[in-house]
Unconditional design. Structure first.
Length: 185
């Protein structure tokens, strides 16, 4: 099965797409088949935004909120930086893996150092910690920061009790609860 944006489902299709890309590659690119970026475009398939390391209870709660969304992960790099990562393909990435706006691409793309690409790491992990769902994060949180985790659970409990009646009232006003079956005539 092929993913969106990947050229050709078969080995022949991928080979032909690579050859077309080599012919179409702007001379400024000069991406020969032995260039580390050729046939990769991994950096064009996500956006990562640096965030503050969580210290307050609501910040831990934000991390959980991020992680309950498909295609969103949180990672900590080896320098201790925290990031939210959104799996999203650049709209200018062509099926061949080439950039459709290479000459006018954003500065962040121009300045990206292919030596820092995850593909260059081989078997080494790209990140110190990677959380792809809230359970992974909560498990890590409990192991790595047990005191903060206990405070967080207490904060959640207090916050839930405080908000629950008000929220339930609002929801009940919007729709009858529990749902009632309507009789057909």
């Amino acid at each position: 099965m092929r993913k969106n944006g990947e050229a050709g489902g078969s080995p022949l299709g991928r080979t032909l797409a690579r050859r077309r890309a080599q012919r179409r590659a702007p001379s400024a690119v000069g991406l020969a088949a032995d260039h580390p970026c050729f046939d990769c475009a991994q950096c064009c398939r996500y956006v990562a935004i640096e965030i503050d390391a969580p210290t307050a209870m609501h910040e831990y709660d934000y991390l959980i909120w991020y992680l309950v969304h498909p295609g969103v992960s949180v990672f900590v790099d080896f320098d201790g930086g925290w990031f939210v990562k959104f799996e999203t393909r650049c709209r200018h990435l062509e099926p061949t893996g080439m950039c459709g706006i290479y000459e006018t691409r954003p500065v962040i793309c121009r300045e990206f150092d292919h030596n820092e690409c995850e593909r260059q790491l081989g078997d080494e992990p790209a990140d110190k910690w990677l959380f792809t769902n809230s359970d992974e994060f909560l498990s890590w949180f409990e192991r790595q920061r047990p005191k903060a985790f206990r405070r967080f659970r207490e904060w959640q409990s207090r916050h839930r009790k405080k908000r629950m009646p008000k929220e339930l009232g609002r929801v009940r006003e919007m729709a009858p609860w529990p749902p009632r079956e309507t009789a057909r005539r």
